[in-house]
Ligand binder design. Structure first.
Ligand SMILES: Nc1ncnc2c1ncn2[C@@H]1O[C@H](COP(=O)(O)OP(=O)(O)OP(=O)(O)O)[C@@H](O)[C@H]1O
Length: 327
């Protein structure tokens, strides 16, 4: 469905030098030698810190930008050369922008989109009815887009992107700014779209809740390079984050002193100990119980936010063999 082979994109920018009008040219390497493939029916998360190259990649996949080098194929087409043909096969939603007409009721916007994509009237009616039900659009179909809440507008944008029944849906921050209820509606819809209709989805987001809920596989880009391509569950193994032992002692005392662990915080009888990934938790707990008057112990695994933050910072071991990592 998506094939990206050794793709790079550089931008030439002119920067003013000193006080004069002279501007020096510099090159920003936004994407460097990126390769990945997405199969039909996959739901893949695309992650990376600000400025990593995510939007640039998406723009190359949708034909808005042409790669400086490398090869891109989406639905078997060359996006920058066959942009119109590709537009009929894919749907794109940018959370920060709308494709809807601001002053028109949502229903009219969706009718105009039908004409744009030349969807046959009967097929459009059926699809609109289906999407109206799934996205709960009925209460605001006749409201001008500018009066819609962010959550309602996003549901409208999703309907607009899916009216022509695309094989691939590319999403850029679809839940940005949404409250928990709207977010849950959008997530549930995307999950059904992928599992029941088989639509392939590439999801770019900073919201790791979206990724955890929806994507088995993630691609992580950092400084323009692909840093990880694999299952979300295996990311933890790759990054090897520290764990935290929360120890409740019988009474407040000096910091716990044991090999392998380090006290990172204390509050009365409670102390937080950093436990390196490689340490044997059972041995540490046994030593604690033997030497201290312990009331309670809890072991906290790093959550996905910490794992990804650690990957972005680069303090992880890429070099271990057998990992799905492209350094
Ligand atoms: N049109 C452009 N001209 C010059 N530089 C650009 C242009 N578009 C992007 N860049 C630069 O390319 C790099 C990657 O930008 P990109 O927008 O792809 O990042 P991103 O991962 O989408 O970031 P964010 O999460 O903040 O949206 C950045 O350094 C950015 O400043």
């Amino acid at each position: 469905m998506i094939e990206v082979e050794g793709v790079s994109k550089a931008f030439t920018v002119r920067k003013r030098t000193g006080r004069g009008i002279r501007r020096a040219r510099t090159t920003v390497q936004a994407v460097r030698e990126v390769s990945f493939a997405v199969e039909h029916g996959e739901f893949v998360g695309y992650l990376g810190p600000n400025g990593a190259g995510k939007s640039t990649t998406i723009k190359m996949l949708t034909g808005i930008l042409t790669p400086s080098s490398g090869r891109v194929r989406v639905c078997g087409l060359d996006p920058s050369r066959q942009r119109t043909a590709l537009a009929r096969r894919i749907g794109v939603v940018f959370g920060q922008r709308t494709t809807l007409w601001w002053d028109l009721p949502l229903r009219d916007s969706l009718t105009l989109i039908r004409r744009l994509y030349r969807v046959e009237a009967g097929a459009h009616r059926a699809r609109l009815a289906e999407l109206t039900g799934l996205l709960e659009l009925e209460p605001f179909l006749d409201t001008p887009v500018r009066q819609l809440s962010l959550g309602q507008r996003m549901r409208g944008d999703l309907a607009a992107a899916l009216l022509h029944d695309p094989e691939l849906l590319v999403l850029d921050e679809p839940t940005i700014g949404l409250d928990v209820v709207s977010k849950a509606t959008v997530r549930e819809f995307l999950e059904r779209l992928n599992s029941e209709r088989g639509t392939t989805i590439l999801l770019t987001t900073h919201d790791l809740g979206d990724i955890e809920r929806l994507c088995r596989r993630v691609l992580i880009i950092d400084h323009g390079r692909l840093a990880y391509d694999g299952e979300l569950d295996r990311l933890r193994e790759t990054v090897e984050p520290d764990r935290v032992l929360v120890v409740e002692l019988a009474r407040p005392g000096p910091p716990i002193a044991l090999p392998e662990v380090e006290v990172v915080a204390a509050d009365g009888p409670r102390q937080w100990l950093r436990l390196p990934h490689a340490a044997n938790a059972a041995a540490v707990v046994a030593a604690l119980a033997g030497r201290y008057d312990v009331r309670d112990i809890a072991l906290r695994e790093a959550d996905i936010e910490e794992v990804v933050a650690r990957l972005y910072r680069g303090d992880h071991a890429y070099e271990r063999p057998g990992r799905p990592v492209v350094p």
